[in-house]
Design a protein around this ligand. Structure first.
Ligand code: FAD
Length: 338
């Protein structure tokens, strides 16, 4: 008999990772994943899915390093296992290049990816507009495959899945003992967080099976990421832009910028175009609070606002969210047996 009922709101990469972590590690809890949209209709589904990150300004670097390492190690293990094709997680080697030498030549995650090094002058020759570059092997996580794989894993761990929009956390307080909020951009309405905003991103999928290495401009706006079935090329970073339709001007700009980095892309057929809104915030919110809902105090753990790095740090922040749920449960005396 399960003694505690928990709900995770949101079925993007953050919600699914969190739901799996809780269901697999707290077997005495019954966990429901409740979401308005599921794969293939979430923002996470269209993410380029390459694992690297920028630094968030106000979160201890040690914590960010842990998020990155926990996530990277988890995805690396999948990429190196028999589950790689079913999960859509693969190794990816390539170059991050910069027009100006960055002040920090070694990002905080450089020790965790494989074989991180500065590019040689010879390697940089093919990028005449760029002065500096880093070569490394990381992981590419294709969420349109990874999310259904995680959902299956969640169900195997006893989790239940329900599709509906939650209009207010009050709706959940009768049915659940704790709530985990992984609603991404939806947190703007669901928990009234005015500091969450969209950063629009447009990407194309092209057919170019001859490309095997990723190329990313360090400004984050131009990238070429070979995947399992196609190559994702991008992109845009338009702050505060809520438009979800494909912009022809953006498509032309992406093709032009990417072909300058990789001229053979002129030969590639465009397979699809896609737009997503990164759920951005100055820092992700991974914390807990007790809220008075329908007259009783209910623990709520928040895990949202990952911006352009949700695929990269989802597993790490999910482990933090699990720990926060554990702390909440310890504060409920009758649940001490957990
Ligand atoms: P989402 O995927 O948006 O999921 C939110 C979930 O909450 C959805 O299921 C939604 O239906 C649900 N929800 C919201 N409100 C409610 C409600 N009221 N009731 C019920 N359900 C609700 N990240 C990387 O790490 N690497 C990359 O290479 C990368 N490339 C990207 C490229 C592009 C073009 C874009 C747009 C993003 C990219 N990202 C990348 C960022 C990444 O996609 C996001 O950080 C990540 O998807 C956020 O995941 P999430 O689960 O928080 O949000």
């Amino acid at each position: 008999m399960k003694s505690v009922r928990g709900v995770v709101v949101g079925a993007g990469v953050v919600g699914l990772s969190t739901a799996v972590c809780i269901a697999e590690n707290l077997p005495l809890c019954s966990v429901t994943l409740l979401s308005e949209k599921f794969s293939p209709d979430t923002t996470s589904d269209g993410a380029a899915g390459i694992v690297l990150a920028a630094e968030f300004p106000d979160i201890l670097l040690e914590r960010q390093r842990r998020w990155f390492k926990d996530s990277f190690d988890n995805l690396l293990a999948i990429a190196q296992s028999q589950h790689s094709p079913d999960a859509g997680v693969i190794l990816s080697s390539g170059w991050q290049i910069f027009k100006e030498v960055p002040t920090n030549r070694k990002p905080f995650w450089s020790d965790f990816v494989t074989g991180f090094r500065t590019m040689t002058d010879g390697e940089l020759k093919r990028f005449p507009d760029h002065k500096f570059g880093q070569a490394f092997t990381t992981v590419k996580c294709e969420c349109s495959t990874y999310l259904p794989w995680l959902e299956e894993r969640f169900r195997k761990a006893g989790g239940q899945v329900e599709q509906r929009k939650v209009n207010s956390l009050q709706e959940l307080s009768d049915s659940f003992d704790f709530i985990v909020n992984c609603s991404g951009l939806g947190s703007k309405q669901l928990v009234g967080d005015a500091s969450v905003y969209p950063v629009r991103g447009q990407v194309l999928k092209v057919d170019a099976p001859w490309l095997t290495h990723f190329i990313r401009d360090g400004d984050g706006k131009t990238y070429i990421y070979p995947g399992i079935h196609s190559v994702t090329i991008g992109g845009t970073r338009q702050e505060g832009d809520w438009r979800l339709h494909v912009d022809k001007g953006d498509t032309d700009g992406i093709l032009d910028r990417c072909s300058r980095l990789e001229p053979s892309l002129k030969k590639a057929n465009v397979l699809s175009e896609w737009v997503g809104l990164r759920p951005s915030r100055r820092n992700p919110r991974v914390e807990r609070e007790w809220l008075q809902l329908q007259g009783r105090m209910v623990p709520v753990v928040h895990n949202y606002g990952h911006g352009g790095w949700g695929v990269t740090i989802a597993w790490g922040t999910a482990l933090d969210a699990l720990e926060l749920v554990r702390q909440c449960l310890k504060e409920m005396p009758q649940q001490a047996k957990l």
